[in-house]
Structure formats: structure tokens, C-alpha cells
Design a protein around this ligand. Structure first.
Ligand SMILES: NC(=O)c1ccc[n+]([C@@H]2O[C@H](COP(=O)([O-])OP(=O)(O)OC[C@H]3O[C@@H](n4cnc5c(N)ncnc54)[C@H](O)[C@@H]3O)[C@@H](O)[C@H]2O)c1
Ligand SMILES: [Zn+2]
Length: 340
């Protein structure tokens, strides 16, 4: 892994630093408040300031409020630092709390899931869920530092690991052909969580995502590319409910659907589409069409709170690293889902 890299996100700067296990939470600050969840508390070395229950349900108003209460009780001042140690749930809510408490205190993130390393911890989006909608409440508040230690992935449950791999593939498709090539060439090493290989892949994804966010922190343009596969994925997650499909599994399914949509629009190169399908197949992601839920998927897309205007927006690719945003009629989306 490279030594470190500093990104400029709007007026913020964020340094991504490879870290050893002993250095995970060793942040220089007079007041340090460490937040973790019940699974990641082991990585806080000393007593964490607060442990929240693991799982998406923790991204709630009540939990946010309790974190803010604890910061106050611990007498954390304007110069204090909040260190979030965990997957995307912890990094999202820690970031939101840090952005609100005293109008913003220092924030260091230690992503411990593959998904948080390649996606959630970098780029300044903070959030909690509201009224059944994911990330409906949030701010833009990049961490000053993101510390990455590949070793911690050793304890990540297999399903979470595979979920992160889908985001890693998505990121490679958007901005680094080598990521896709290594996924194709080294499935055994990836299954074995080979740390050298993962370090390289994670670092590459950090560079891709960081580079995109540098151009567009608040998602008025190119940052939307990071939603490749996600319009489909979010709709599937909305109708299938929690548990049946992990986010990454839904993303893999969404990548297959987005590839097909791109082909039907005459945008996606056929050989590239085959390549992505072969890769999804190789990693045994579920990519089957689900005609029985097509109506509900399209309906869920229509209800997406973050949708702009009446037409549906999708991210498609002509080929690797060649991405665009298209407006699509719902009939075509429906046709892709049923395979007509
Ligand atoms: N802010 C962003 O830009 C952004 C981007 C993508 C996703 N997200 C958010 O991230 C969340 C999903 O993140 P996630 O997949 O990391 O979920 P998560 O934080 O729920 O972590 C998944 C599970 O793995 C456990 N875990 C994490 N690291 C571990 C480790 N090293 N060893 C053992 N267990 C470990 C967690 O406790 C949890 O049970 C969602 O809420 C999503 O909205 C945010
Ligand atoms: Zn995602």
C-alpha cells in the first residue's frame, strides 16, 4: 500500500493512511472519544467511549442523540476528536455526530469492513435512516483522516466480505481496470483474503473513489457514477426487506441489470457486458432476473425519495471506465427485469 494520500474534498482535506493494528485508534488529541459497535469494539485497543449495537438499526435519531449526549457527558470540547471504528454503520453515524456536535469536531475514521474501506468511510457523506428511508438525514463532513488496516478484515463475516467485494468490483468498473483484472485472475487469493492483494485492491478503490469525490463532493455531477448498479439494488432491497439480500448482493444483482440496460440502450459494449456477467458468475452472485417482482421493483424506484423528476436516472457504462448517466422510461426498465 502507498504510504498515504491526501484528498481535497471541497474545503476539507482527508488523508488516508495505512495503519497497523496497534495504531488504529492512536490519535493525537487531548480528548479522544472512540465509538465502535459490538463487533468492532475489539479494535479500539483501550476502552471505547461508547459501543452501539451492531446493525443498520443503529443509524437512528435515538442512537444519534445518545452519542451526542455521551460526547457532552464526556466533556468533549471543540478541539476533541471523535474516532469511529467499524463498518459503514459506525462510520456514517460517527461522522454525522461529529459534524453536529459543537458545529463540527475533529473526525477520524477506522473502517473495519471491506465495504467501509472502499466506500463508506471516504467521501464525507454522513447519515442516519428516517421513516424507513436509508440515509435520508445527513450532512457532508469528511473525516480528517481515514486509517486502513487490512488485518482487521480477518474477523469480518464471509457474507459481509462478499458484500464489500461487490462494491470493490463496482469501483474497479468505474475507475481502475486492474481491479477488475485482479478479480478475474485471482479468485482463490481473494477468497483466502490474501492481505497483500487486498491492500492493493483497497488502495486502488480508495484512489478511484477519492478522485471522484474530489471532483464533486456534493453529488451534483460525476459522483452519481458511484451509484452504478444501485438504482436496481436499492429497489430490490426495499422490496425484499432486511436480511434476505445483503447490500452487496443486491449491488451485484444491480450491476447485472445495469449492464443489460446499457446493452438494450445500445450503449454497453457486448464483450464488456459478457465479461462482467462472467465475473459475477465466477463469484457466485445471484444475478437471475426476477420477473415475478418486476412491478414492485419499478414501483420502488418510483418511490425513491432521492429521485429527481419523473423519469428514472440510471448509471450505465459503454465499457470499463466509460460511464454515463441516462434518463430511462420505466417500460424499458420493466422489460429488463422480465427479460422480454
Ligand atoms: N457514507 C457513504 O458514502 C456510504 C457508502 C456506502 C455505504 N454506506 C453505509 O454503510 C452501511 C453499510 O456498511 P457495512 O456493510 O460496513 O455495514 P455494518 O457497519 O453494519 O457492518 C457489517 C457487519 O460487520 C460487522 N463488522 C464490521 N467490521 C468487522 C470486523 N472487522 N470484524 C467483525 N465484524 C465486523 C459489523 O459489526 C456488522 O455486524 C450502510 O448503512 C450504508 O448506508 C455509506
Ligand atoms: Zn453501495
Amino acid at each position: 500500500m502507498a504510504e498515504h494520500h491526501t484528498f481535497t474534498f471541497g474545503t476539507y482535506s482527508c488523508t488516508v493512511v495505512p495503519t497497523t493494528r496497534s495504531g488504529l485508534t492512536a490519535v493525537q488529541a487531548e480528548e479522544r472519544f472512540v465509538l465502535a459497535d459490538s463487533n468492532t469494539a475489539v479494535y479500539t485497543q483501550d476502552d471505547p467511549g461508547m459501543i452501539i449495537p451492531a446493525g443498520e438499526a443503529s443509524k437512528s435519531w435515538d442512537r444519534l442523540r445518545s452519542i451526542l449526549d455521551r460526547l457532552l457527558e464526556a466533556d468533549v470540547s471543540r478541539t476533541g476528536v471523535l474516532v469511529g471504528v467499524g463498518g459503514g454503520v459506525v462510520t456514517d453515524i460517527a461522522s454525522l455526530a461529529a459534524s453536529l456536535y459543537m458545529r463540527g469536531i475533529r473526525l477520524v475514521l477506522v473502517p473495519t469492513s471491506l465495504l467501509a474501506m472502499v466506500d463508506a468511510a471516504l467521501g464525507g457523506k454522513t447519515g442516519i435512516d428516517l421513516g424507513g428511508y436509508k440515509n435520508l438525514v445527513g450532512t457532508f463532513f469528511p473525516a480528517e483522516e481515514v486509517r486502513i488496516c487490512i488485518d482487521v478484515l480477518g474477523t469480518l463475516p464471509e457474507r459481509e466480505y462478499r458484500s464489500g467485494l461487490a462494491e470493490l468490483l463496482k469501483t474497479g468498473m468505474l475507475g481502475d481496470p486492474v481491479v477488475v483484472e485482479k478479480l478475474e485472475a485471482e479468485p482463490e487469493a481473494i477468497a483466502a483474503r490474501d492481505s497483500e492483494l487486498l491492500e492493493d485492491l483497497v488502495w486502488r478503490c480508495v484512489m478511484v473513489k477519492g478522485g471522484i469525490v474530489e471532483q464533486d463532493l456534493t453529488e451534483s455531477g460525476v459522483r452519481a457514477h458511484l451509484n452504478l448498479g444501485h438504482t436496481f439494488a436499492h429497489a430490490l432491497e426495499a422490496i425484499k426487506g432486511l436480511g434476505e439480500w445483503s447490500h452487496g448482493e443486491a449491488v451485484a444483482w444491480g450491476l447485472a441489470r445495469a449492464t443489460e440496460l446499457g446493452e438494450r440502450l445500445g450503449i454497453t459494449d457486448k464483450a464488456y457486458a459478457e465479461r462482467i456477467r462472467a465475473l459475477l458468475d465466477r463469484y457466485e452472485y445471484r444475478v437471475e432476473r426476477m420477473p415475478e417482482v418486476a412491478d414492485r421493483v419499478v414501483d420502488a424506484m418510483r418511490k425513491d425519495k432521492k429521485r429527481r423528476g419523473s423519469q428514472m436516472r440510471f448509471i450505465v457504462q459503454a465499457s470499463i471506465c466509460d460511464t454515463s448517466i441516462v434518463q430511462v422510461e420505466s417500460d424499458l426498465v420493466h422489460a429488463v427485469l422480465v427479460g422480454e
